[in-house]
Design a protein around this ligand. Structure first.
Ligand SMILES: Cc1cc2nc3c(=O)[nH]c(=O)nc-3n(C[C@H](O)[C@H](O)[C@H](O)COP(=O)(O)OP(=O)(O)OC[C@H]3O[C@@H](n4cnc5c(N)ncnc54)[C@H](O)[C@@H]3O)c2cc1C
Length: 479
C-alpha cells in the first residue's frame, strides 16, 4: 500500500494528512515538538482565553469553510461580534478608525488632503511594465504617496508580516495588489472592476473575507484534525534525513526510520535547510536537466547525492513576542470596540499592534474584563522581542496607557516568544520558490507545502495543504 510521510503537524501538514487519509491513502505525520498546531497556540486559564499565534482565520477561499465542515467543527465555529468590525490606525499618538467607505475616506482626519489627492490621481498613474521586482514601499510611493506608506502600509505590513515594507516584495508578499496593477492598470480600477472576477473564482479579497475562530480558540482546529488522524501523528519525532529509494523515500527520524512512497515537507524553511536529503541526482538541477531527471530513480546508494538545501536558511524569520494582557473593564478608558489597532513605526511606539481580542470574541475574558493581545519585535525591533516577560509587559502597558488610557495592573498576563515567527517574502523570494519547484521536479515524490511556499496567512496555509493533496494523489496514481 502506498503511504505518504508528512513532515510537520502545523495546520498545513495536518490539513494535507486529513484529506489524504479521507481518500484512503495511509499517512504518517512526523512532528518534532510535543504538540500539534505549529505556531497556533491557544491557552485557556482562569476564565481567560489567550491566543499567542494567529487570532483569526480569514475565509478567503471556499476550501477553508469546507475543512471546518469536514472536520465536524461547524458547531464550534465562532464568528466575531458584528460591532467588532472597526480597525484603528495610530496617528498623532492616538487610534483613528479606518474609513470604511469612500465618503469616510474623504472626510477622515487620519489622512491629509495630500493623501486624498493621491487616491484621486492613482487611476491615472501609468502601470509599471518593465518587469523589475519592487518592494511594497516602492510600489506604494509610486502609485500613491509617502504618507500612505508611512501612515498606513507600514502599519499593515507590521500587522501581517511583522516585516519591513522596504524589503517585502510586491510580487511575492502582495501578489493580489500586483495583479490589480497588472490586470486593471490601477488599484482603484481593480477594486471596482475586479469584483466580478473574484466572484467567479470563489476567492474573497482579504479585507472583505469573513474572519472566525472557534469556541476554545484556533487550537481547536489542529486538535480536531489530529484526533481524527489518531496514531498516524507521531509527536517528538524530528525528521533529520530523507533518502530516495527505488520505491520511494526512507525517512530517518529521531525515533527510527520508515519507508514511504512520497513525502510532503510542511515544516519551516530554516529546518528544511538543516535536513539531509539524498536523492538520485547530483547538485541542484538546471532547468535543461529537469525533464531528464524527472523519472530518474536511484537503484542503489552509490547513485545518491546530497541536495544542497542550505539556501533556505537565508529566508528571514524575525522574532515576535506575543503579549496577552487582561484588564478590568473600568481600567481601560478606550471602548476597544473593533478588531484592533495597527501601528506605523513613525509614531514611535514599541508595540507593532494590538488586537482587541475580547471585543472580537467575548469569551476571551471573564465578565467585566477585556483581553488585549499585542505584538513586539518583528523586523522593526527584533531585539525587543527577546526581552524578559516582565519587560515586555511593562513596555506594552506603557504604550497601551498612552493609546487606550489603560490604567492599573493587568489582571492576566502571559507572553510567548516566537524566536522565528513569520517568513519574510522579501524582494528576490522567487529564487526560493524556483528552487522548490526544481527540487520537486528532480526528486520525484518529494513535495513542499505551507507558509514558506504559498503565503503566510492561516488561510493560505490551509489552501496550500488542500492543494498539495491533489498533486500527491496524482503522483501516486501515475507512479
Ligand atoms: C505570532 C503569529 C501571529 C500570526 N497571526 C496570524 C493571524 O492572525 N491570521 C493569520 O491568518 N495568520 C497568522 N499567522 C500566520 C499563520 O499562523 C502561519 O503562517 C501558519 O499557521 C503556518 O502553518 P504551517 O503549518 O505552514 O507551519 P507551522 O505552524 O510553522 O508548523 C510547522 C511544523 O513543522 C514542524 N517541523 C519543522 N521541521 C520539522 C522536522 N524536520 N521534523 C518534524 N517536524 C518539523 C514544527 O515543529 C511545526 O510544528 C501568525 C503567525 C505568528 C507566528
Amino acid at each position: 500500500m502506498k503511504s505518504v510521510a508528512i513532515i510537520g503537524a502545523g495546520i498545513a501538514g495536518l490539513t494535507a494528512a486529513f484529506y489524504l487519509k479521507r481518500k484512503g491513502i495511509p499517512v504518517t505525520v512526523y512532528e518534532a515538538s510535543g504538540r500539534v498546531g505549529g505556531v497556533i497556540q491557544s491557552l485557556r486559564q482562569d476564565g481567560w482565553l489567550a491566543e499567542f499565534g494567529p487570532n483569526t482565520l480569514l475565509e478567503t477561499s471556499p476550501k477553508i469553510g469546507q475543512l471546518v465542515r469536514d472536520a465536524g467543527l461547524q458547531s464550534r465555529r465562532l464568528d466575531p461580534e458584528p460591532k467588532a468590525e472597526a480597525r484603528y490606525v495610530v496617528r498623532y499618538q492616538r487610534p483613528f478608525a479606518m474609513p470604511g467607505s469612500p465618503l469616510g475616506f474623504f472626510t477622515t482626519k487620519l489622512f491629509t488632503a495630500g493623501a486624498k489627492l493621491a487616491v484621486l490621481r492613482e487611476p491615472f498613474v501609468a502601470p509599471r511594465r518593465d518587469g523589475v521586482e519592487e518592494s511594497i514601499a516602492q510600489f506604494v510611493v509610486r502609485r500613491l504617496n509617502q504618507e500612505f506608506l508611512d501612515q498606513a502600509i507600514d502599519a499593515l505590513v507590521a500587522g501581517i508580516y511583522a516585516g519591513d515594507p522596504h524589503q517585502l516584495s510586491l510580487t511575492h508578499a502582495f501578489p493580489k495588489l500586483k495583479a490589480l496593477e497588472d490586470n486593471y492598470g490601477s488599484l482603484i480600477k481593480g477594486q471596482i472592476f475586479g469584483a466580478r472576477d473574484r466572484k467567479k473564482s470563489g476567492e474573497v479579497a482579504k479585507d472583505r473575507a469573513p474572519k472566525f475562530s472557534f469556541d476554545e480558540g484556533l487550537q481547536v482546529l489542529p486538535d480536531m484534525l489530529a484526533a481524527q488522524l489518531g496514531d498516524a501523528v507521531k509527536l517528538d519525532t524530528e525528521v533529520t534525513k530523507l533518502k530516495q529509494t527505488a520505491d520511494g523515500w526512507r525517512v530517518a527520524t529521531s525515533n527510527g526510520e520508515w519507508e514511504h512512497s512520497a513525502v510532503i515537507y510542511c515544516g519551516t524553511a530554516f529546518k528544511l535547510a538543516e535536513m539531509k536529503v539524498m536523492c538520485g541526482r547530483a547538485a541542484l538541477p538546471h532547468s535543461s536537466e529537469i525533464e531528464a531527471a524527472q523519472q530518474h530513480r536511484p537503484t542503489g546508494d552509490k547513485e545518491l547525492e546530497p541536495l544542497d538545501l542550505s539556501r533556505f536558511s537565508e529566508i528571514r524569520y524575525p522574532p515576535v513576542a506575543s503579549v496577552v494582557l487582561g484588564f478590568r473593564r473600568e481600567d481601560v478608558a478606550h471602548p476597544c470596540e473593533g478588531f484592533g489597532m495597527l501601528m506605523p513605526k513613525i509614531e514611535g511606539f514599541k508595540i507593532l499592534g494590538t488586537i482587541f481580542s475580547s471585543s472580537l470574541f467575548p469569551n476571551r475574558a471573564p465578565a467585566g474584563h477585556l483581553t488585549l493581545t499585542s505584538y513586539i519585535g518583528g523586523e522593526r525591533y527584533p531585539e525587543l522581542a527577546r526581552l524578559p516577560a516582565e519587560k515586555l509587559v511593562a513596555l506594552t502597558c506603557e504604550d497601551l496607557r498612552v493609546l487606550l488610557g489603560v490604567a492599573g495592573k493587568p489582571a492576566f498576563q502571559h507572553c510567548v516568544l516566537y524566536p522565528k515567527a513569520i517568513p519574510q517574502y522579501n524582494v528576490g523570494y522567487g529564487r526560493y520558490r524556483e528552487l522548490m519547484n526544481e527540487i520537486e521536479n528532480q526528486a520525484a515524490g518529494l513535495f513542499f507545502a505551507g507558509h514558506y511556499r504559498d503565503g503566510v496567512s492561516l488561510g493560505d496555509t490551509i489552501v496550500s495543504g488542500c492543494n498539495i493533496v491533489e498533486r500527491v494523489e496524482k503522483f501516486l496514481t501515475t507512479k
